[in-house]
Ligand binder design. Structure first.
Ligand SMILES: Cc1cc2nc3c(=O)[nH]c(=O)nc-3n(C[C@H](O)[C@H](O)[C@H](O)COP(=O)(O)O)c2cc1C
Length: 181
């Protein structure tokens, strides 16, 4: 049976490297009969967590009502959550980090969102795989806390400009990742 997949992207570049991998992943997943909800965090209004701990008390996940409240119910329902992102300053870009930080709302409200599958797709300019530590380690530790199970990580270094992904096997790796769901 098809699964519900939420794809959360971090890049503001629509034609960029992580979007190319995202699109390959989505096409492969849809071909297998899965349904996709995509949330392009850099094109949405998403702030950071204010640590007010009033999560879900107003009827919405976050009391500071921005576009996180659009994706939060989809994350709650999802079977699979996929994060796709460039590395910015050895870390996640601010907008997708805002989404990740506000997953805290499920913890504060005691919502049971354990048992999901998840994946990470990331790229960076430098030709040094350890640059990925800035997204890989927070991803791995966060999903361990959430009790989610990773189906895989596609980590593609050495891509800077739009189109550089074509010099790698990033799209193929993203396509293969969807086959693991
Ligand atoms: C603000 C900013 C910060 C970046 N920081 C890093 C970095 O710390 N390490 C790195 O290897 N690449 C860094 N990059 C390069 C991007 O990761 C790289 O260009 C990537 O391919 C962009 O992915 P996209 O095309 O999906 O947006 C940075 C790019 C920007 C715009």
């Amino acid at each position: 049976m098809g699964k519900k997949i939420v794809v959360i992207t971090g890049s503001p570049r629509k034609m960029g490297n992580s979007f190319a991998m995202t699109n390959a992943f989505i096409k492969s997943a849809q071909d297998k009969g899965h349904s996709i909800v995509r949330f392009d965090s850099a094109m949405q209004k998403v702030g950071g967590c204010r640590a007010c701990e009033t999560c879900f008390k107003t009827g919405k996940a976050c009391s500071f009502d921005d576009d996180f409240n659009i994706i939060a119910p989809e994350i709650e329902k999802a079977d699979v959550v996929v994060f796709t992102t460039p590395v910015y300053w050895y870390s996640f870009p601010a907008q997708i980090k805002g989404v990740i930080d506000r997953l805290f709302s499920f913890c504060v409200a005691g919502k049971d969102i354990a048992g999901k599958q998840c994946a990470l797709i990331a790229c960076c300019e430098e030709d040094d795989i350890s640059v990925m530590d800035g997204v890989r380690i927070p991803y791995e530790r966060s999903i361990a806390l959430l009790k989610w199970k990773s189906i895989g990580e596609v980590l593609v270094p050495n891509v800077l400009n739009v189109g550089d992904i074509d010099k790698t096997d990033g799209r193929q790796q993203a396509t293969a990742l969807a086959e693991k769901i």
